[in-house]
Design a protein around this ligand. Structure first.
Ligand code: NAD
Length: 252
């Protein structure tokens, strides 16, 4: 039915080595739109996919200017973690969360109290920028200061190369160490929670297969169907901010 069950299964309340995989859906209630949901950035403007595709970003200065403008828009307003992020931070405090694998780049898990040791940012972070030529890394704040001061496409201050947020665009490899550690955690958990993700972006979505193959119970918390719903033990379609705290309560 998609509702949080009145009585939670023992395997869930008794989970001791839980691994969570989160996606853009856990942050929509904080005011950050997802990509593929009904109000998603790409649902409204299919062209926006170019902003996160490396070949377009490198070859088209106009795409880069749009990308920086979008970053600036995201900083406006009060973006704060929500009850979904906090439920996972609580689970860690109970000593039951082995790893928090996130496709998000917004840093909201850490701001909700999840420790950096537990969070693996599969797709990088929006809080840093990286030079595509020399690899020099600086803070997003310092780059945005230059954008705000009138430079619509700030170049690397070390070598003049193209600067990009330290996020994984289509056409870029994931950090092998990060995805390796994520795979190890997924293959060694008793409960695997996929939260707010359409489970369509690989290799992140494939972590679900690793967990299932290793015998973990699988829970999907997502408003829309995912390609994995048929193989999972529990599907919840209620909004994450109310569903996740209830699903993760009652642990002992
Ligand atoms: P997605 O956009 O493909 O899917 C998000 C899913 O969450 C959708 O299926 C939607 O139905 C569901 N959802 C949205 N709000 C929900 C809510 N309140 N309750 C329940 N379900 C809800 O996102 P994805 O699978 O994470 O993959 C997209 C890629 O986009 C990732 O690579 C990620 O890096 C990037 N992204 C990140 C952010 C962010 O950091 N906050 C935002 C947008 C996109």
């Amino acid at each position: 039915t998609g509702a949080v069950p009145d009585v939670l299964p023992d395997w869930l309340t008794g989970g001791r080595r839980v691994v969570a995989l989160t996606g853009a859906g856990i942050s929509t209630e904080s005011g950050i739109p997802d990509y593929r949901g009904p109000n998603g950035v790409w649902t409204r403007d299919p062209d926006a996919e170019k902003l996160v595709t490396l070949s377009y970003y490198v070859s088209d200065p106009d795409i880069r200017r749009r990308a920086w403008r979008m970053r600036r828009d995201l900083r406006v307003g009060d973006i704060a973690p929500n009850a979904g992020h906090r439920a996972l931070a609580d689970l860690e405090r109970q000593g039951r969360l082995r790893a928090l694998l996130t496709q998000n780049i917004d840093g909201l898990h850490q701001r909700a109290g999840s420790s950096p040791d537990v969070v693996l940012e599969l797709h990088g972070t929006i809080h840093e920028v990286e030079c595509l030529s020399c690899g020099d890394r600086t803070t997003m704040d310092s780059a945005m200061e230059r954008v705000d001061a009138g430079d619509p496409d700030p170049a690397c201050l070390v070598c003049g190369g193209i600067l990009k947020s330290a996020t994984i665009s289509f056409g870029q490899m994931l950090d092998p160490e990060v995805i390796g550690a994520a795979a190890e955690a997924a293959a060694d958990c008793d409960v695997f929670l996929a939260v707010g993700t359409s489970l369509t972006v690989h290799p992140a979505a494939g972590l679900t297969d690793l967990a299932a193959g290793a015998g973990a119970r699988i829970v999907v918390v997502n408003a829309e169907p995912t390609p994995y719903d048929d193989i999972v033990d529990l599907v919840v379609r209620e909004p994450i901010g109310t569903a996740l705290p209830r699903l993760l309560s009652g642990g002992s």
